[in-house]
Design a protein around this ligand. Structure first.
Ligand SMILES: *Cc1c(COP(=O)(O)O)cnc(C)c1O
Length: 397
């Protein structure tokens, strides 16, 4: 039989081995410990000679089903999981980087990731070089000087900038760097970094993978030897994914393709619609032909994602008037959920920055991040129309 397609795999992958009592759904195994009457068997499981579980900080059947599902969807050799996306990122960097090492990345990584680069790694004598996002020549130049890790994210938060993953992975390979890509925004539905040459893919499963904003989690997928060393770091340092969260994330992942397909469509329509308002001075979406890296996005993504942002004239004042008028949007810091979520970048992803710092990063004070949900597009458009109308603005058709 042919290999199953993506949507089918997202439903079936990882579950069969964990079922018990004829149940068709994976059980949530809350037990912290797993007992053995046979001391030899216990020993064999403990040293990894036999499959099985010993203690919940290391492995758990429900968590294993989640790990297997994301492994299959990213087409990876191996995968492991974490309590949050940030744990996935910090444990990965903690495994790979030692004093004296050098890491090259971009300025527009997720806020927490940026803090690891600017606040924590330098304290451990790791040299961090952050290049302008989208400046491929600059990244290549820095990578060529030698680095242990090349860390990328594409599209980025909040202005959805795109990095050419294949080209950067090639640059990383030449100097023997481990190439890591945070694929949270794209999801494996739209982009599969391992097929583009990355060694490791990271997810905040809290976002699109779970998709319902009701569970935190993270994952790392990729090369088996690398993933095993990151798993070892995590089992000792303890940022383990909770079984209940693993179950919720896995249940969400069964509808990942349906949701992301709808979010791709909704975001594209909303991006185009927003462009028809005079009060909107910029719309950022990789699916728009005028996006500076639309061509690269088209090359490496099969869909442009559910995330977009736009800036409004009048800055903070306009944002303060407009956002409360929306009926079908949570004003919140998360993204990738079935509900539409909106928020000003100055309160969410870049709250730690000063206005001057945000300006330097190309983030206007009137920038609004929009995470398209799976609502009917007509309702989202009508909702935007009434919200703009309430502040005296109308679409030019
Ligand atoms: C949210 C997010 C993270 C961090 O994930 P948490 O689950 O909140 O720890 C990392 N990267 C990106 C791109 C994110 O959006």
């Amino acid at each position: 039989m042919k290999e199953a397609r993506f949507g089918t795999k997202s439903i079936w992958a990882g579950e069969k081995d964990q079922l018990a009592f004829g149940a068709t759904q994976v059980p949530v195994v809350h037990s912290v410990s797993f007992g053995y009457d046979d001391m030899d068997e216990w020993y064999d499981v403990a040293i990894g000679k036999k499959p099985g579980h010993i203690y919940g900080r290391n492995t758990n059947p429900t968590v294993q089903a989640f790990e297997e599902k994301i492994r299959v969807l990213e087409g990876a050799e191996a995968s492991t999981s974490f309590s949050t996306g940030m744990a996935a990122i910090s444990n990965t960097l903690g495994t790979l980087l030692f004093p004296g090492d050098r890491v090259v990345s971009i300025k527009d990584t997720y806020g927490g990731t940026n803090k690891i680069f600017t606040e924590f790694l330098p304290k451990q004598q790791v040299e961090v070089v952050l290049c302008d996002t989208g400046d491929h020549e600059a990244i290549e130049k820095e990578v060529a000087k030698g680095c242990k890790v090349l860390y990328l994210e594409s599209p980025t938060n909040p202005t959805v900038k795109i990095t050419d993953i294949e080209r950067m992975a090639r640059a990383g390979k030449t100097v023997g760097a481990t190439v890591v890509v945070d694929n949270t925004f794209a999801t494996p539905v739209n982009q599969q970094p391992l097929t583009l040459g990355a060694d490791l893919v990271i997810h905040s499963a809290t976002k699109f993978l779970g998709g319902h904003a009701d569970a935190l989690g993270g994952a790392v997928c990729g090369d088996k030897t690398l993933v095993e060393s990151i798993y070892h770091y995590r089992e000792i340092n303890g940022a383990t994914l909770d079984p209940m969260a693993a179950y919720l994330l896995m249940r969400g992942m069964k509808t990942l393709k349906l949701r992301v397909d709808q979010q791709n469509k909704n975001a594209a329509e909303i991006a185009r619609y927003l462009q028809t308002f005079d009060v909107v001075d910029a719309v950022f979406y990789p699916g728009l032909p005028e996006h500076p890296h639309h061509d690269i996005a088209k090359q490496q993504m099969t869909g442009f994602g559910g995330m977009l942002s736009f800036s409004v004239k009048g800055g903070v004042e306009t944002v303060r008037d407009l956002l409360p008028k929306l009926k079908y949007a949570n004003r919140a810091a998360n993204l990738g959920s079935v509900e539409t979520v909106v928020g000003p970048s100055r309160t969410t992803s870049h709250v730690e920055c000063t206005p001057a710092e945000r300006a330097a990063m190309g983030i206007p004070e009137g920038l609004i991040r929009y995470s398209a949900g799976i609502e009917d597009i007509e309702d989202l458009i009508e909702d935007l129309a009434q919200a703009f109308q309430a502040i005296g603005q109308f679409a030019n058709s």
